[in-house]
Design a protein around this ligand. Sequence first.
Ligand SMILES: Cc1ncc(C[n+]2csc(CCOP(=O)(O)OP(=O)(O)O)c2C)c(N)n1
Ligand SMILES: [Mg+2]
Length: 723
Amino acid sequence: MSLDRARRSVQKLRQISSGEIRLSAPALSIDPRDALELFHSQLLCRLIDVESHELRARNQGYYTICSAGHEGNAVLGRLTRTSDPALLHYRSGALFLERARQRPEVDAVEELLLSLTASADDPISGGRHKVFGSVPLGIPPQTSTIASHLPKAVGMAVAIDRSARIGVGSQVASDAIVLCSFGDASVNHSTAQGAFNAAGWAAFQKLPVPILFVCEDNGMGISVRTPTGWIEARMQAMPGVHYLSVDSTDLSNAWHTCVAAIDLCRSKRAPVFLHLRCVRVWGHAGSDADTEYRSPEEILAAEQRDPVAISAQVLLDAGVLTGEQLSTMISQEQTRVLDASAKAVRRPKLTTRQAIMESIAPSRPELVAAEARRSGYAPMPEDAERPRPLGQAIRSGLADLMRKYPELLIFGEDVAQKGGVYGVTLGLWRTFGPGRVFNTLLDEQTILGLAIGASQIGLLPVPEIQFLAYLHNAEDQLRGEAATLSFFSRGQLKNPIVIRLPGLGYQKGFGGHFHNDNSLAVLRDLPGVIVAVPSRGDDAVKMLRTCLAAAKVDGRVCVFVEPIALYPTRDLEPGDGKWSFAFPAQNEAIDLGEVGVYGPDDRDLLVLTYGNGVPMSLRVRDRLAKAGIRARIIDLRWLAPLPETAIRTHAAQLRRVLCVDECRRSANVSEAIATCLFEDPQLKDIRFSRVTAADSFTPLADASRLVLPDEDEIHRAALSLIS
Ligand SMILES: Cc1ncc(C[n+]2csc(CCOP(=O)(O)OP(=O)(O)O)c2C)c(N)n1
Ligand SMILES: [Mg+2]
């Protein structure tokens, strides 16, 4: 049915060309050459949409969410530049095609058909997703998650002017604007509202945020209506964000309003919300029977507002095209699309797991190791020899890395003057200035979006999420967005980020659950994301160097989990100072997968642990030693990817293995370690047990200890493994 409607829309264009149908159309008030090329892109877009339905009917194409009715957006493809990053709605096909006109070397028709047919030759995603994306066109691919691209679009916009302010070049022109399109229902998503708010919040303080939000308003989200007048009422009430509106089915009007919107955004460096009113001519997707929720009259009315048909009539009325020329144009372009389609279905598909996965997180460990040890970029801290606990070491390590990487930015809630809740970034604001160390508004989605956007234009963001528990309300920015960019762009685009994430349990006298959250499960299942958990200050500095190097060299996304309880810890036993360490020389680093080994010659028992578990296990080790039991403690340091080789090698030597995991029993690292061990045929007969936190939330005060591993428990578990 939807295929019939798609075909019918082309038939209607032919009837317009022959004069069989005559629409009442607005007058042309733009240069006819502009109008003709815009119409050409609109027409191509329609023909590709029709072909997407044909391909689906033959089971050769895999995506039928179309741009039909939205083709007025072509105007934006003409009026913006390829140096203006464009993060596009899945109905911005005409915009994509029109922008491609600026780069004749890009065959946008071919590319879109390769994407529709999931070919491995699709230049942007290599068959991994149907997306609008192109590196030469300045169009990074977007995910299917509604509104999730808005925070990073704001991040890009903020970063354009900020990179000039801090004197480092960005990958886009200094007068660039960011174009970000989305649907009307998406406006209601909290992620979108957060992004509008963040842009407005910054603009309200006169900070530059050159972003053009483009709401392609077709009046519905799948079947749910957007209340009449809602978008204008909602968005006109947004301080700091300019609002402009136009009916985009009228090419000339759309042109004049888009010119004004782009000028405003570019010259004032301010957020603009462009309300591009349009229509959805067909169902939401090919499979959507919109007749269930739209009356025949409503569908007919939508078809009568078809912008491609209206543009055709405008051009005929203005004498820009004759009926015959229009008819020839339709036939020629149809042939072009059908040819490209026939070729696309014969192009290769993804056929191996390896080919699919190779773009997840390209990695060059030797280059990363060398970059992490690159030294001499700045003097060592004068007090390098002074022993530092974890929190102070991270602060010194960050300062050192800010000198190494002038494009490194630190931001988050309270990180500037206050230096974060625990003072870890204290003094960096003063030393490096508010251009590089700054407070954000209180919104984790914005913080991560800012990081993704800034990283995509060449900066090196080190955002802080105040507590691990508060990652969760922004998790999609990491999981759905940052982690997937390389995958969906064939490794052509990267978002190098090191997220600092204070977390885990055992804080004395502070907290309750949300300040002591102890589950890392949501981080460990993210393909390609590096998860680091240092247990001591010097390690933290050396691991941070590697994380920044992995970000810089390979564009990796890293999560650096800082055990809060260890920030101030100086001692293993009261007063011994054995848990504070000198600042490591700049040519020292800890490589990905390199574990810490305490007692390499001890052979009675192996303890695998990380974070708070390390000093606890070391104290238990001393107790065991008094009973003549010699335990080797391994600090895993890297929880993703897990250092499996080291784990198996040590386990094979000692064969009695205790895992001390301060995270919850289910879905955390102890389960992964057990699997890693028992999957190895050589290790099937080892003795293994684990001490973990309970599958509980953490209560307040001393009761918190009842759900966490303690040293007596570790001691008991060790003895029973030995017996
Ligand atoms: C976060 C999220 N929730 C739900 C969906 C499923 N979904 C896909 S499109 C859509 C409707 C979007 O409507 P609108 O923003 O108006 O865009 P339109 O399709 O009308 O152009 C929904 C609910 C999704 N992709 N992402
Ligand atoms: Mg909509």
